[in-house]
Design a protein around this ligand. Sequence first.
Ligand code: SAM
Ligand code: SF4
Length: 329
Amino acid sequence: MPHDSFGRPINYLRISVIDHCNLRCVYCMPLRGLSFVPSGDLLTADQIETVVRAAAKLGFNKIRLTGGEPLLRSDLLDIVERISRVDGIDDLGMTTNAILLPEQAVPLREAGLSRINIHLDTLDPQNLKRVMRFGTFEQIWAGIEAAERAGFAPIKLNAVVVRDFNEVDVVALARLTIERDWYVRFIELMPLGGGECARLSLAQYVPTPETKARIEVELGPLSELPPTSPSDEARNYRLEGARGVVGFISPVSEPYCGSCSRMRLTADGKFHLCLLNDDELDVRRALLNGGGEEAVSKILLEAVRRKPTGHRLEQGVSTERRAMFQIGG
Ligand code: SAM
Ligand code: SF4
């Protein structure tokens, strides 16, 4: 497994397969002024497979598909099948808003997808319209049920906490874990892309301690659970007597850069070295020039070597050239 220049083992590749989305979450995608990667410039399924094969040979064993909204990619099943057949990849997950899961959950499972994280910011239909804009609660809930029926387990829900939008709704989301063996994880806002989403993410930020306290006041104490893996970005807790888990992902108030094991690949074929920095290395150009796994390995090793030590949000530095939907979280 490759190590970066700070000795961190890097074995987890997050692949954005598309930058389009059928939602417009307020902190991720602005309503206007969007430009997308032309479909001809997206990495093809074949190119993605080459990158994954190269990564697996270097010791990467964990892949997550993201976007934009990955379910909008018309050849997603082909991509999943190809990746699931690569020797050495033992964990293939996807992060999605679940809107299109009712049709796709079963085929995805059959194609080899092992895990799904579903993004749902609130159980309140009105608030959901405000924060996730183009989606409805019924659509996302149907997607969650489809994922469960298809056998994805455990169900993991991700909610971004946004002041004046859904910060009080965290209680109802956390309450789901009492009856269900689900993970419900709360994510702190991060400012990316320099535009209106970044400004909103700074202005409406809610620190994890506040979210945790709000849940404990209503639902009782949260007992901390041991970490599932050293690179798990969430700190996990359980409500008394609950079947499921409440997690907090706190990149701002409690950065986990020291145990980062991630490399990211953008939909247009750049290794993005750290979510909260702009540094990238182009791999698509090498693929277009006829480079194969060996060429990709060289670029990927260089990308790992150049990974920054951590983010510098507290100094006002963040990713300026890409917003969250253009990287994948
Ligand atoms: N569309 C899919 C989804 O929403 O899960 C996958 C892509 S989305 C960019 C990946 C994750 O990024 C989402 O789960 C969302 O919670 C998170 N996200 C988006 N913008 C964010 C922001 N400004 N701060 C923190 N998390 C954000
Ligand atoms: Fe779309 Fe996901 Fe971004 Fe929401 S967070 S706009 S669902 S890419």
